[in-house]
Write a protein that binds this ligand. Structure first.
Ligand code: LRH
Ligand code: MN
Ligand code: MN
Length: 393
């Protein structure tokens, strides 16, 4: 990358200062695979302590002012009180994630279950999540369904789509004000023959039917290997239907590893589409969320590292010389167009990000600052018997 002129530099620094990333409450709890959960010292014992950890991440990064909740993993008696506690800690409660996948009743599905009583129960939970949003002031309800079938012939594919549409409609109609419904798709797992919301096309079609406040969520771990995720990003942005991301990394499947660790180039390509569509700032309505679990690595530190990874991909995307790129594209100069992109990707943006943090009054090296802070040692002594994140329970 050649010298950045001062105006461009200012624009990039301002964009990075404005960026917002939401961290997941479940990323702070103990987690594992179905083979083993490795408990860690100092993990939160309740939703309050998860909020406290999220606030710690915000103190060191300055760009994570909200924490997502997962219900019932984060069930409390008084959500307004939890929101008040979050505010005292310097953050707010963010997206409410519904959970209709961990109950015996949902063996054959939740909102697409053939039994109307089970469907009513599932819809009741989705509506309860909106009640919680009313209390917390959260904008977004995020829906992911584990629904699907394991065997050909097990249930009617088409009727399940009808049931899904009906449940989404009832849920959507309960939203008020600025509240939104975000629909997440996933190609596979836990159903293995057919998933009821397997891809962005299905999610998009349902969101189109529902209306303006329904949008698609892209979980980066939920695709077939080799899927061009940035294409999906570009398509949904163009259609005004991209609600946000669940960021994580995968090597094989829904691995939920730290974003930007397996394929930082993919993350850059995604952020490039975001920047091209001017969809980075909070006013554009694209929620940048992490959906990760830290099974073997220290959790708060891993969340901080993940935030830095997103920032680095974003900074590189902001560095792309769009005028040069467009000129190369219009003249059919394939190699030059690719070179412009690679030039930005190959730039070391860490010095720039250190400047951004210094401007924000933060330590330029959040990981080192966190390690020095003694937070992990303190919570390890204070918190005995940490909570399960939900996975591997
Ligand atoms: C499903 C999923 C969904 C859940 C989360 C814990 O794989 O990505 O977003 O809510 O994991
Ligand atoms: Mn997800
Ligand atoms: Mn997932």
């Amino acid at each position: 990358m050649t010298e950045i002129d001062p105006t461009t530099r200012r624009r990039i620094v301002d964009a990075l200062r404005e960026q917002r990333i939401e961290t997941p409450s479940w990323g702070y709890g103990n987690s594992g695979t179905r083979f083993r959960v490795f408990p860690q010292p100092g993990v939160p014992r309740d939703p309050y302590e998860k909020v406290a950890d999220a606030a710690t991440v915000h103190r060191f990064t300055g760009v994570t002012p909200t924490v997502a909740l997962h219900i019932p993993w984060d069930r409390v008696d008084d959500y307004a009180a939890l929101a008040g506690y979050a505010a005292e800690q310097g953050i707010a409660l963010g997206t409410i994630n519904a959970n209709v996948f961990q109950d015996d009743d949902y063996k054959l599905g939740s909102v697409t279950n053939p039994d109307p009583a089970v469907r009513r129960k599932a819809i009741g939970h989705l509506v309860e999540c909106i009640d919680i949003m009313d209390a917390t002031g959260s904008r977004d309800l995020k829906l992911w369904f584990s629904d699907g079938t394991n065997y050909p012939g097990q249930d009617s594919v088409r009727e399940r789509q009808d049931r899904l549409a009906d449940a989404l409609r009832q849920t959507y109609d309960r939203l008020t004000g600025e509240q939104r419904l975000l629909l997440e798709y996933k190609l596979f797992e836990p159903a293995f023959y057919m998933t009821d919301v397997p891809d962005w096309g299905t999610a998009y079609a349902h969101c189109l039917d529902l209306g303006e406040r329904a949008r698609v969520v892209i979980d980066t771990g939920h695709h077939a290997p080799g899927t061009n995720i940035e294409f999906i990003v570009a398509f949904l942005l163009r259609a005004g239907k991209l609600g946000g991301f669940d960021f994580n990394s995968r090597f094989y499947a829904d691995d939920d590893l730290m974003v930007g660790s397996a394929d930082p180039f993919q993350l850059f390509r995604i952020m490039h589409e975001i920047v091209l569509s001017d969809a980075l700032g909070p006013r554009h309505g694209v929620a940048f969320m992490l959906d990760q679990c830290h099974n073997i690595e220290p959790k708060v530190q891993a969340v901080i590292r993940s935030v830095l990874n997103v920032q680095e991909a974003t900074a590189k995307a902001l560095l792309v010389d769009v005028a040069a790129l467009t000129a190369a594209q219009r003249s059919g100069d394939v190699l030059e167009a690719n070179a412009v992109l690679m030039d930005a990707y190959n730039t070391d943006v860490r010095p720039l990000l250190r400047e951004v943090r210094a401007e924000m009054g933060l330590d330029p090296d959040p990981v080192a600052a966190y390690k020095r802070s003694g937070h992990l040692e303190r919570v390890s002594a204070e918190r005995v018997g940490g909570d399960q994140a939900g996975w591997g329970a």
